[in-house]
Design a protein around this ligand. Structure first.
Ligand SMILES: *Cc1c(COP(=O)(O)O)cnc(C)c1O
Length: 230
């Protein structure tokens, strides 16, 4: 089932790209494997998918040890500062940086091992109280501060849109995210690129792609419903 699901998602990505006049090469599919056993990832690997998203550091590290080393791990969940050290050398991209204190910790831990962290800034575009991320108004200032850190490269922005049954209701947030990323790119801040726009999940990734997403994070649509009680 997992391989078929991935093929189905890839077809949808292709359709959305076509509709928007974009190339499929512009969009990376991240298979969100959080809470799922490593055997599910072994299955997914048969489809050629190499990008996986996890939201807990310990779970990601356990899977990292067991699974092939060519997997690209994406940290997409809220990150506690005392866990940052475990990510060094294992993480392709940290999607969820939303404070200067977290960035300082990342700088410190990556500097120790002379590595560079690739990160995204998480923006709470819909201003939902339950969500992490900064406001769009705070984004430029935070990016300017972090851009001076030697061991961090800002690659773009990430958002988690509200949960919805109708993806069209999130289009406005995706459009605002794209505009914010273009506005920041136009400021030409040293060490900052805005090539990545991580937005779109199972319920709304097609709409996100139509509005400019370059990374979609799909969990349920690939691995099925998650069970948090086990
Ligand atoms: C769980 C999660 C996803 C995947 O959500 P689905 O609706 O299952 O596709 C994507 N992004 C983040 C940040 C998540 O925590």
């Amino acid at each position: 089932m997992i391989v078929e699901n991935i093929e189905h998602v890839r077809e949808n990505i292709e359709k959305a790209c076509k509709k928007a006049g974009r190339s499929v090469d512009e969009v990376t599919l991240i298979a969100v494997s959080k809470t799922k056993p490593y055997t599910d990832i072994e299955e997914a690997l048969k489809s050629g998918t190499l990008d996986y998203g996890e939201n807990k550091v310990q779970e990601m590290c356990e899977k990292y040890e067991i699974l092939p080393k060519n997997i690209r791990w994406h940290m997409i969940g809220h990150l506690q500062r005392n866990k940052v050290k475990y990510l060094v050398g294992k993480t392709e991209l940290i999607h969820s940086v939303d404070s200067i204190r977290l960035a300082e910790q990342i700088e410190k831990e990556y500097a120790k091992k002379d590595e560079t962290a690739n990160i995204l800034i998480e923006v709470n575009m819909a201003q939902e109280e339950s969500k992490f991320g900064i406001t769009s108004q705070e984004t430029e200032e935070l990016i300017r501060k972090i851009s001076t850190f030697e061991h961090i490269r800002i690659k773009g922005l990430m958002t988690i849109a509200p949960y919805t049954d109708n993806p069209e209701t999130n289009r406005v947030y995706f459009r605002q995210m794209k505009k914010l990323s273009v506005d920041i790119r136009d400021k030409n801040i040293d060490n900052v690129s805005m090539d990545v726009l991580s937005m779109g999940m199972t319920g709304d990734y097609q709409v996100a792609i139509e509005e400019g997403s370059t990374m979609v994070r799909v969990g349920t649509g690939i691995f099925g419903e998650r069970n948090y009680n086990i």
